[in-house]
Every structure is written in C-alpha cells, then in structure tokens.
Design a protein around this ligand. Sequence first.
Ligand code: 3EB
Length: 308
Amino acid sequence: MLPALMNSTNIHLPGSAEAPAPLATFDFSRRGTLHGMAHLGGAKEEIWFAPGPAEAVTLAPFEGAQTPDYLFLATSEPCSDGGTLRKLSKVLYQALLGHAMTHGYTQPVRFWNNIPDINRGAGDQEHYRQFCWGRAEAFDGWPGPMPAASGTGSQDGLLYIAMLAASPRIQVRHHENPRQVSAFKYPKEYGPRSPSFARATHLSSGNQELYLLSGTASIVEHRTLHEGRLDAQLRETRKNIRALRDIYPQLVPGGMRCYLRYPAQLADCQAGLHAYFEDMPDMVLLQSDLCRTDLLVEIEGVCERPLY
Ligand code: 3EB
C-alpha cells in the first residue's frame, strides 16, 4: 500500500451519484492516540465522505457539515461531575435529535460519545451511568429507533458527542446481536437507565451500502466475560463482530478502530489483533478507558462492499 494512503482511513457513505465530499474528519493524533507505536499499519485520521456537495454547518454549540444526504454535528463541552454530565448529556442529545429533525435529516445513524473520566464515581454516580441516564431521558421523547454508537472515555475533561444523521432518501436498518442482550434492555445492575444504542446500523442507497458496527466488546448476553484476560476478550469480541457481520456476509471490514484500556498491553493487543482479526489489517489502535471497568478492549468500525 502507498504510504500516503495509510495516513488516512476513508469511509464512503451511500447516497446520490454526486462526487464524494468530506463530511467529517476524526483526527486521532489530537485525541489520545498511542503515537506511532500504536498504529497497526493503520491511520492517523478517519475521513467520512458523502456524495456532495458538502458545506460547513454551525448550530451552536455544535459544528459540522452537511450534504444533501447527511448531517454531521459534534461538540466538546467541559464537564467534571456526574450530575452535570447527566444534565448536559440530556440537553445535548435533545438538541442533536431536534436539529436532525428540523433540518430534514430525520434518521440518526450513529453517535460517538467520549465521556470524561468515564469510570469515576461509585455505583450509580459513575460518570458512564450518569451519561446513560441523561441520554436515555433525551430518547424518552424520541419516536424513532436508536442507532449505532460507541461510548468510550476522554482524559481532557471534555464530553465529546458527535451525531451522523441521514435524510429519508437513505434506507436505514438497525440490528441487534443475537449473542447479546440489547444494550437498551440491559438489567438495572448496570445502571438506572440502560444505554441507548443499536449494535449496528446498515445504510443503503441504490446499489451502494455501508454497515456501521457499534463499539463491540467481550459481553455475552449482558455479562462481561474473561475479566482481566485481554487475549480471551479479543477472541470473544471477534465472535460478537462475526455475529453482526453474518447479517451482511457480502461486506468486508473497512475502517476499524480498536480501543485499548491499558497502553502497557499494547504488544499483547497487537498480537491478538493479528491472530484473530487478520482480515482487518488497517485497524487503528487507540488508548481509551471503556464503559465497564472490567473491559480491556473494544472494537468498532464499518463494513463495505469488497473492492473486487
Ligand atoms: C457494551 O456493549 C459496551 O454507551 O454508547 C458500546 C457501544 C458500549 C456504545 C454507548 C457503550 C456504548 O455495552 C459499551
């Protein structure tokens, strides 16, 4: 592969026949990357393209871009305690869902959440649980289905939330994982309100399609398996990803990300990725805390049509 191509993962959203335009860029070098050593032949940034034209959008406090088919909005807000996190998550999600509807992008298709000090706080005060509570309150008034998402940590005191939403022209299907209880049906032991997301979301338009996999970890039914064992968690995660991929067996992995909790486990993680994810050679590896303290690793990404 050409070195120039390896610095960036390009993801193509389905839509009209117009030429692709950049809709959203995730710059990993600015958000907790494990520097050069962490990359498995992967990329320093991930660029999402959609059929154009694209124009910049500001809907305070969100910034992003829109094309005829898609709206991308994101914001980073300082937030240091659990109670504020719950309120802020509710307000931001309500605003995002509102903007999507008002501007005609009536189908949210993916959220990305970076939660500051995600595991701080005891019991239901834990930041992740407070975030889930506020997010669930926002979805209480939402008639539509919940889309794919990832929920990972941030270390800079900022709550980052991004939304990708699609126009009614795009066909959107949400999927659950037969090996797992739906996150929105997790029992109360994981928090007062369960996480609001689908395991995967499939987009199609004409003969184009893209399959978005939520953050996927070593969870079977609703329990974390293989506590403290990175290799076994990676193997279980592969089984969960395989179960999602089996719904669209014609698609192959495109841009994939792997979040690793402990940088000291980098070499073990790379060995596991090579062993169990050999068909995902361009995976980006990022250090991040995860939503359950017993999770060591989480993988998300997209599946796309094979090039040939
Ligand atoms: C899980 O399966 C792992 O709260 O948005 C994965 C993807 C996870 C998304 C979220 C959380 C979220 O429960 C954690």
